[in-house]
Design a protein around this ligand. Structure first.
Ligand SMILES: CC(C)(COP(=O)(O)OP(=O)(O)OC[C@H]1O[C@@H](n2cnc3c(N)ncnc32)[C@H](O)[C@@H]1OP(=O)(O)O)[C@@H](O)C(=O)NCCC(=O)NCCS
Length: 160
């Protein structure tokens, strides 16, 4: 029986491709001051060395978040992770990262890197729970929405 108080089912995570480019672009645009164009996302999703996972809403099959990495031999870099703004803090980012790490591990990735704005407390807390640690700093690396510059941290995770 329908109940307005029933908890929404958690999205399921699966690999995604170019068919999700428009949805990725929409979520990316709502998440970053300088969003990627849909055509750039499409090109990334076409590339054989790029691996992407999406969180799919179990009710309407729409995209609630995604993560994308580029692999080279036994190393990979997380290019981006973003969750739809109205779906944050419900475990989607954690589920995406966890499933993505399993995918990367299965293709033989041993070292994983990412760059993150040093002021991005949400992302830093998420990466911390997975054991990423800062290995370098890039000063004045990101352009901010107010035309300023923000420091980036390069983080690394050694995969088990
Ligand atoms: C970073 C982001 C992907 C996290 O996604 P999310 O679905 O909200 O994260 P989860 O609900 O799975 O949270 C997992 C953990 O991350 C940390 N976290 C997430 N959001 C946080 C916040 N706003 N403040 C502090 N910690 C936060 C917490 O440790 C949290 O665990 P907890 O809920 O047990 O405390 C999301 O905030 C986002 O899309 N931000 C905009 C894009 C972005 O900044 N991407 C990172 C670029 S490097």
């Amino acid at each position: 029986m329908f109940s307005p108080f029933a908890k929404a089912p958690a999205p399921f995570i699966r690999n995604i491709g170019v068919e999700r480019s428009a949805e990725c672009a929409k979520i990316h645009a709502a998440s970053f001051a300088y969003p990627w164009r849909e055509t750039d996302i499409e090109q990334l999703l076409f590339a054989p060395e790029v691996f992407a996972s999406g969180a799919i809403d179990a009710r309407d099959l729409g995209l609630a978040g995604f993560i994308m990495s580029r692999a080279a031999q036994d190393e990979a870099e997380i290019l981006t992770i973003a969750v739809a703004s109205d779906r944050r803090r419900s475990g989607i980012g954690r589920s995406l990262l966890s499933a993505h790490l399993a995918t990367l591990s299965a293709i033989g990735i041993k070292k994983l890197f990412l760059e993150v704005d040093a002021d991005n407390a949400a992302a830093l807390a998420l990466y911390d729970t997975f054991g990423f640690h800062a290995v370098a700093e890039r000063k004045a690396y990101y352009r901010t929405a107010d035309a300023g510059r923000a420091k980036a941290l390069v983080m690394r995770l050694d995969m088990p």
